[in-house]
Design a protein around this ligand. Structure first.
Ligand code: ZN
Length: 241
């Protein structure tokens, strides 16, 4: 259910739900929590988190932006389109949109399946400048994270004492995300780690006063840990707390 997910919460812990409770309080300013994630899908918006409180550190697969291959830095004209769910994105990428039967391998992911090279002419052009190409709005290797987003996260952390940091479904080794738990920590902050390796001796040795660690599948553990405040799940996936 969750992966690479960090929640940072200021003084008031959500009263009854990590999801619903957070969302119910979403109209308060400043936001009492933010969600940092390395996920590039739309998982968190679909879960109902307000977009301004989700920080997609590695960008979004559903954003499309301009890249200018003629420029040394590849920077395009600045055009960006949000929430593009076209599948396939364009005819040339139809292979990526194929559905496969269970237990079969998508040809695109089969190392024995030779892929035809896609000519640049078949990649959609930027509609704004007509020079650049359209590319996914994710952070590729060797690219920098969004500086404005990082500044906003730093400012949010500095604005007040952070009560609790939930590090969910990640071993927190990829920076800068891995550093946020430490950055947000103050004397009273609890860092709660939930992942398969959380209770290994070397990880337990890193715990500080007020910290907690729970080893296991976050999708299983998280509802149990929060059951006293969110209640039992209903059939429609909501909680009755
Ligand atoms: Zn452009």
């Amino acid at each position: 259910m969750f992966c690479d997910l960090y929640y940072l919460s200021t003084p008031v812990f959500p009263p009854y739900s990590i999801g619903q409770g957070m969302m119910d309080r979403a109209d308060r300013r400043p936001p009492f929590y933010i969600c940092l994630t390395l996920t590039t899908t739309d998982l968190h918006p679909r879960a109902g988190h307000p977009s301004e409180q989700i920080k997609l550190l590695h960008g979004s697969l559903f954003d499309v932006k301009c890249i200018d291959l003629n420029e040394e830095d590849g920077e395009g004209c600045g055009w960006i389109q949000h929430d593009n769910f076209d599948d396939p994105f364009c005819p040339a990428l139809a292979a990526a949109a194929e559905d496969v039967e269970p237990d079969k391998t998508l040809p695109l992911l089969d190392p024995d399946h030779e892929l035809a090279e896609i000519p640049v002419s078949e990649i959609p052009k930027c509609p704004q400048c007509s020079n650049g190409l359209q590319r996914p709005g994710v952070v590729w290797f060797d690219e920098s994270l969004d500086g404005n987003m990082l500044d906003a996260i730093d400012a949010w952390i500095k604005q007040d004492v952070v009560d609790i940091v939930l590090v969910i479904g990640t071993s927190a080794v990829v920076y800068p995300a891995a550093g946020y738990a430490g950055q947000a920590r103050s004397g009273s902050t609890s860092v709660v780690t939930i992942n398969l390796e959380a209770e290994l001796p070397q990880n337990l040795a890193k715990l500080k006063k007020n910290d907690f660690a729970f080893a296991g599948d976050a999708a299983v553990l998280l509802p149990k840990l929060l059951e006293p405040v969110i209640g039992q799940p209903r059939k429609d996936g909501t909680y009755c707390g």
